[in-house]
Design a protein. Sequence first.
Lengths: 419, 309
Amino acid sequence: MNILIKSARIIDPKDSKFHQTTQDILIENGLIKEIATAIEAKKDWTIIEKENLHISRGWFDSSVSLGEPGYEDRETIENGLNVAARSGFTAVAVNPNTHPILDTNADISFVKSRAFNKAVDLYPIGALTVKSEGKDLAELFDMKNAGAIAFGDYQRSISNPNLLKIALQYVQSFDGLVFSFPQEDQIAGKGVVNEEVNATFLGLKGIPALAEELQIARDLFILEYTGGKLHIPTISTAKSVSLIREAKAKGLDVSCSVAIHNLLLSDNVLKEFNTHCKVLPPLRTENDLQALRKGLEDGTIDIVTSDHNPIDVERKNVEFDYALDGTIGLESAFGALNSIVDTELAVSLLTGGQERFGIASPGIGVGEKANLSLFNPDIEYEFSEDDIFSASKNSAFLGRQLKGKAYGIIANDQLILND
Amino acid sequence: MSQLSVDHLLGIKYLKAEDIELIFETADHFKEVINRPIKKVPSLRDITIANLFFENSTRTKLSFELAEKRLSADVINFSASQSSVKKGETLVDTVNNILSMKVDMVVMRHPNPGAGVFLSRHIDASIINAGDGAHEHPTQALLDSYSIRERLGEVGGKKVVIVGDILHSRVALSNIFALKLLGAQVKVCGPKTLLPKYINSLGVEVETDLRKALEWCDVANMLRVQNERMDISYFPSTREYTQQFGVNKTLLDALDKEIVIMHPGPINRGVEITSDVADSKQAIILNQVENGVAIRMAVIYLLASKIKK
C-alpha cells in the first residue's frame, strides 16, 4: 500500500531533523520512502489530507485494561485495539486484570495471539503473583519469553514487603521490570475517594494521601536494598512526586507514571457523586495536580497513561460505594493532556514510555518503519459520547472541554482513521 | 417565601436558610395540630408515600410513618430484609417498580452516602433522605435545630458542641450544615480517631477536652458511638471512652450555667450520657422526638405541595 500524507506538521522533539517542519510524506509498504515539501501524488495512492494535520512517532500507553479474556462485555481486544488506533496510539501495554488473570505463559500467548496482525502493537503485562493474590511469584521468566514486558498485579498492592524484595531480586537475571501499585491497603481501608475536604463534605470514606506515600517510601527503601528495576504506576499525590524525585537523584532505577485524569481533575468534581470520577488512585486536590504537572516538566514523572479501564454500565450506574473504580481514557488522552501542556511536551510524554519497557520506537526519517500518530492539536471541543469508540462509556471526561484530537494512526502497514 | 427552593430533601447542604425558616414555621403549625385531641389533618389525602428502608431503623421510620398518617397520606412500607434487593435487583429498578404503583413520594434510608442524590437523577418522584451512610440525615438536623429554637428562642448566635462519633455520623454532618446556615457557632468534640481529619474545613472548631467544650457551649448534642460501623477499635474500651467523653451530672454541676443537652437516640445510658443527665430538665431528648413528627409533617407537606398532579 502506498500512502501519501500531505502537508503534515512534524512533531518529533527527540531527534528528527524534520521537527516543526511541514512536509509531504510518502509511505510505501509500511516504510517511509520519502519526506519532502511537495511530493506529487500518483494514481492508486491513498492520499491523506486533513485540516491542521500534525504527525509524530506513534504514541504508547503503558496502562490499558481490556476485558478479554473474561470481561468481553466491557471490551474486547479487537475493539480495544481499534479504539487505541482511532485515539492515536500505535502501542499499548495491557494489564493482567482479566478473568482469569494473565499469570502464565499460555495466558500471555493467548492475548498476544488475539492481537496478531493488528495495526496497534499489544504488549501484555504479566501478573507478578499467581492470580494476583499477592502470595507467590508467578512464572515471570516464562511469561517474559511469551512476550510479557513487565510484571505487576494492576491495582492490587504488594502488601508483603518481603515479596517485593524477592521479586526485585529475582527478575534481575532477565532484566525484568516490576510494577508496584502505590497503596498501603490498611491505611486506605474502605476509602472510596481522596480523604480531604470533599470527602468530608460528602460523607464518603477517604483514602489518605498517606496510604500512597507510605507504600512508595517503603518500595524505594526496598529498591535501594535489592537493586533491579521498579516502576510505580499511576502516582497521584504531591509527596509521591517528591519521594520519587529524591530517589532518582540518588540514582535508583525507578520510573513512574501518572494517569491523565489525575493531572486534570481534582476531587472537586465529585460533588454530585459522579461514579465516572470514581477511580483508583482517587482524584486528589488541586495542590496535588500542580505538583504532578511540575513532575512532568522536570522529568520526575516518566510516563503519562490514560489508565484506560472500561467498566460496564451495570457496575457504574449504581450507588457510589458500589461502583467499580476506573474510567476509560484512550479517546480523551491526547485532548486532555494537550490542554494542560504544550503539544511538544504532550507528544514527548506519549512517546517517552517505550524505552522503559524496551519497546522500539521508530523515528521519522526515510527508511524508517512508518509508525505514526496523526492529530490536530488545536481543535477545541466538548468531549461527548460521540467521541467514545469503546464498548463501555464510563469516561470521567464526558462534558469537559478538551483541546486536540487524534485523526488515527499509520502502523504495521495499516492505516486507521477515526472518520 | 411560600415554597421550598428544592424538589427533594436530599441534604441540608442543598437548602437555603429561608427553606429552613419555612419548614420551621410550617412545623409550628403541625406541632399545634399533633397536640389536638384529633391529631390528624386531611391535607395529603391524594398523596401516596413509600418508606424505603434499606438499613435498619426504628424511631426514624416510626416518626416518618406517623407524620405521613397524620397528614392523611397513603403509606406503604418496604425494608431491605423483605425485598428483592437481596436477589440482585438494582436500587433504581427496585424503586421504579414501586413507583409504577403510582407512588408520589419516597422516603429512603440507605447505607451508602449519596444514594438519595443518585436516585434523584433516575426517578420521577419527590425524595426525602432519611439517612444515607455517613452523608446526611436532614430531618434529624432540622428537628435538632427546631428543638434548640424552641428551648432557647433562636439558633443564630448560639454555641453548640457536637460530642462523640463524628466520623461515622450523618447526624453530625447535617447538624453542622444546618447550624452554620442558621448562624450558630459549632464545635465538635471527641477522640481524634472519631473526628474526620478535615472536619474544620466545614467551618467548625475541634475540641478534644469535653470539660472545655461544655464550658464554652449553650447546647451539647451527644452522639452515640456507632460500633456497628467500625471495622477496627477507634478507642480501647467503652469504659475509657466514657471517662473522657461521657456527660455526667458532676460535669454539668461544675458549670456556671445550665446548658441544654440533646441526643438523637438511641441512648446508650452510662456511655455517652448518664441516666441522671438524660432524665434531667436540662435534657430535651424527648422534645426532640416529639418535634421530629412535626418537622417531618412540615417537610412532607411542603414537598407534596410542589408535586404537580
